[in-house]
Design a protein around this ligand. Structure first.
Ligand SMILES: *[C@@H]1O[C@H](CO)[C@@H](O)[C@H](O)[C@H]1NC(C)=O
Ligand SMILES: *[C@@H]1O[C@H](CO)[C@@H](O)[C@H](O)[C@H]1NC(C)=O
Ligand SMILES: *[C@@H]1O[C@H](CO)[C@@H](O)[C@H](O)[C@H]1NC(C)=O
Ligand SMILES: *[C@@H]1O[C@H](CO)[C@@H](O)[C@H](O)[C@H]1NC(C)=O
Length: 707
């Protein structure tokens, strides 16, 4: 019975020309028609193994490129008319494929520019008024792309000397202070990168007394680009509904509420093109550029850090507005365990055209939907429910996903198996992935089955493993995409994958379909690869009778963290609690793996085995929640958003922290928090106990035993 569909669909995979694509659309139609008849005649469903095979062989770079083109015709900034048209486009796509759909709407505080200006007054008496736009892209209507700005920057007028602050890290400000350079009262010029986010740079400049901040990218081919972005602080989500899902008619804080105010910077800031920035920097006097700042700066004309003699006249006027944002969902209901959810998510809103960020991911999501619908027509139904999520307003601080997670927290914590995120699916060559560790094995398994788009005849795994394999997997403690509320607030095992990094047109008006076809992915084969990985990950999580989590990888990761930590902490601090809890977790993980092996041998035997599998799966899902701590991070010290309650992964507030994990421990060690030696040892020890208790909670959850 599978013969016909398998062959016809396989043929689809390798033929990319538009004509053949057209023919294959017809073939698919016919297959759909046939399979409908088959399913009437025979009740035998398409099994998971066959359906996963068909999924892999039903890729098409043609459909993906069409979706991307349709999504990126106009810029679609969250809260604008074109943004709601993209929501409609995604919704219609899901509906057209026969999926159940849902839309969640949330009021959210967004921020837009009204007007801005920047003029430089050079010491020789000349004045330059800079044009604060990229210039129109081919085919762009005048002013279609939003003017460069930092969302949530306050309005302001600043007349002050320019000073160069490198990346705007604490260490950069220290170097300046050592050279006797006054940053206070000046316009700080910072280049983006250096491992610090835009919001952090503005916050640091504000702390050092700067009057305003300009953040610019590196100058090369794209030196006319302005990197838009938000500068909200203290976590994620709508500032007017911190900790709860914002809904129409629901509680909403006022704009003058202190909780709201503390999330906005006090000094105005703006992105600047590299071209304009270098012109200003090249005119500075004062002490010479420190040696190690020079190496990474593209322009050799910049020799001094200032401040002045060049004076900048910077004005910015913005407005904040409550707009309705829309998340769109496509739902495939599971057959056996419809109350267990596997979520695939990508945001849809973009600063400009968004061909890379984020619609390369949206195009992949829509193609996964297309490919799943082929399987459905062939008679497959997933064991668990699959939900395709299209988020809004990610660019303003993960607002769409965060509001939805907050609103659905209890159901998600108890019923979501995993969250699979893709933001910028394709930025260029090279595969990158991050995960919570129990998903490492599944990720490696899946990339063994997907072709490397940049190397004929090999799988992604083959080339990736050669470069370090498992150790290449990043962890998800960052707060820079929609996995953040899932991992850090809901404790849901998650994965994030993408191709390429550090692409030069990030958040500029040049992030267009043309850039993608010229530089990012000319044949859309990297898109095909991401689609294959993402879609297959979800199929495995939805269909495997025992959820494919291996907690031994978690144990390995915790051991590495323990060892890193042991080299950093004071000898008076004891790591013993950590060691004991990791050992306990290790034995729970081994038991769970043994049990899963045993149950797999008995699969399909009787109802009793099904119940046991369900019980094991529940424990596998619950374990990650052990790492949540209701106390959150040390709120009083850093005023961090209480939303973040994860203790293993998570962002330390101190950018100079040597720890990228155990955020509570990292912050208790931070020099930014003033305390005596004795107090510090006690604080670190307390945080170690907190992490140890979390690991113990996870171990008991995995074991499923009460004490
Ligand atoms: C600064 O720029 C604004 C806006 O262009 C202008 O109105 C103002 O006069 C300028 N200030 C000075 C001192 O040149
Ligand atoms: C699809 O891939 C083939 C083979 O790499 C290529 O020739 C074709 O141009 C691609 N189509 C698109 C739309 O990128
Ligand atoms: C944690 O680190 C300490 C100090 O290096 C070491 O003695 C201990 O064995 C480590 N624990 C684990 C579980 O790796
Ligand atoms: C797991 O199974 C192996 C081999 O069957 C056995 O040697 C080991 O003791 C078991 N471990 C646990 C923790 O149950």
């Amino acid at each position: 019975m599978f013969q016909l569909p398998l062959n016809s669909v396989t043929a689809f995979a390798v033929k990319p020309s538009p004509l053949v694509a057209f023919v294959t659309v017809i073939v698919i139609g016919v297959v759909g028609f046939y399979s409908l008849h088959f399913s009437f005649r025979s009740a035998a469903p398409l099994d998971a193994l066959h359906s996963h095979h068909i999924f892999l062989s039903s890729s098409s770079n043609v459909t993906i490129s069409n979706y991307l083109h349709a999504l990126t015709v106009h810029p679609h900034l969250a809260g604008t008319k074109p943004a709601s048209l993209t929501a409609r486009y995604v919704l219609n796509h899901f509906t057209g494929l026969g999926f159940r759909t849902r839309t969640s709407r949330h009021p959210a505080l967004l921020s837009y520019p009204v007007r801005s200006s920047l003029a430089a007054h050079f010491s020789d008496g000349t004045n330059v008024e800079f044009r604060l736009r990229e210039g129109e892209e081919e085919g762009e209507e005048e002013g279609e792309v939003v003017a460069p700005y930092h969302a949530y920057s306050p309005s302001g007028k600043v007349w002050a000397a320019a000073v160069f602050v490198n990346y705007g890290r604490e260490e950069d400000f220290r170097l300046l202070a050592a050279a006797g350079v006054q940053v206070a009262g000046c316009v700080a010029m910072a280049r983006s990168g250096g491992g610090v986010g835009r919001g952090t740079v503005v916050e640091a400049a504000e702390r050092h007394g700067a009057a305003a901040v300009m953040v610019f990218g590196e100058g090369d081919t794209w030196s006319k680009g302005f990197e838009r972005g938000h500068v909200m602080r203290g976590g994620i989500g709508d500032p007017l509904s911190p900790g709860w899902g914002g809904v129409d008619g629901g509680e909403s804080l006022g704009l003058d509420d202190s909780e709201v105010l503390k999330r906005f910077p006090k000094i105005p800031s703006m992105p600047l093109s590299a071209e304009a920035a270098e012109r200003i920097l090249a005119s500075l006097g004062g002490p010479p550029l420190p040696l190690d700042w020079r190496g990474t700066l593209k322009s050799s004309n910049v020799r001094n850090v200032g401040p002045g003699p060049t004076i900048l006249n910077f004005t910015y006027q913005g407005e904040m507005k409550v707009a309705t944002i829309e998340n769109v969902f496509g739902i495939i209901k599971g057959r056996e365990e419809s109350d267990r959810y596997v979520l695939l998510g990508n945001h849809r809103d973009a600063w400009t055209y968004g061909a890379v960020d984020p619609n390369s991911g949206t195009a992949a999501l829509l193609d996964i939907a297309r490919r799943y619908s082929i399987l459905l027509r062939l008679g497959w139904t997933p064991r668990r429910t699959i939900i395709l999520c299209s988020w809004d307003a990610e660019e303003f601080g993960m607002i769409g996903s965060t509001e939805w997670v907050e609103q659905n927290l209890l159901n998600l914590r108890s019923k979501a198996v995993a969250y699979l995120n893709v933001d910028c699916a394709v930025q260029g060559p090279g595969f990158f992935a991050g995960s919570t560790p129990q998903l490492d094995d599944l990720l490696l398994d899946v990339i063994k089955r997907v072709k490397d788009p940049d190397s004929e005849g090999t799988t992604i795994y083959q080339n990736w493993a050669a470069g370090g394999g498992r150790s290449n997997i990043q962890r998800l403690g960052r707060v820079d995409s929609d996995f953040a509320p899932f991992v850090l607030h809901a404790g849901i095992p998650s994965i994030d994958v993408y191709y390429g990094r550090d692409y030069p047109v990030y958040h500029t008006a040049f992030d267009s379909y043309n850039w993608m076809t010229e530089y990012g992915d000319p044949f859309f084969q990297r898109h095909v690869a991401v689609t294959g990985i993402w879609g297959l990950l979800a199929l495995r999580l939805a269909d495997d009778s025992i959820i494919p989590f291996n907690y031994l990888s978690y144990v390995d990761q915790l051991q590495v963290y323990n060892n890193t930590l042991s080299n950093l902490v004071d000898k008076r601090v004891s790591l013993h609690p950590l060691t004991t809890s990791i050992q306990e977790f290790a034995s729970a993980a081994k038991e769970a793996n043994n049990e899963s092996k045993k149950l797999r041998l008995l699969e399909n035997s009787d109802h009793f085995v099904d119940m046991k599998m369900r019980a094991l799966n529940d424990r596998l899902m619950l374990t990650e929640k052990g790492f949540l701590d209701v106390d959150g991070l040390i709120l009083s010290l850093f005023e961090i958003n209480a939303l973040i309650v994860a203790v293993v992964f998570g962002p330390p507030r101190d950018q100079e922290s040597k720890l990228e994990f155990f955020p509570g421990i990292a912050d208790s060690m931070s020099g930014m928090v003033k305390m005596s030696e004795k107090e510090r040892v006690a604080a670190i020890q307390h945080e170690i106990w907190r992490v140890s208790r979390a690991i113990q909670r996870a171990a008991s959850a995995l074991r499923g035993d009460l004490t």
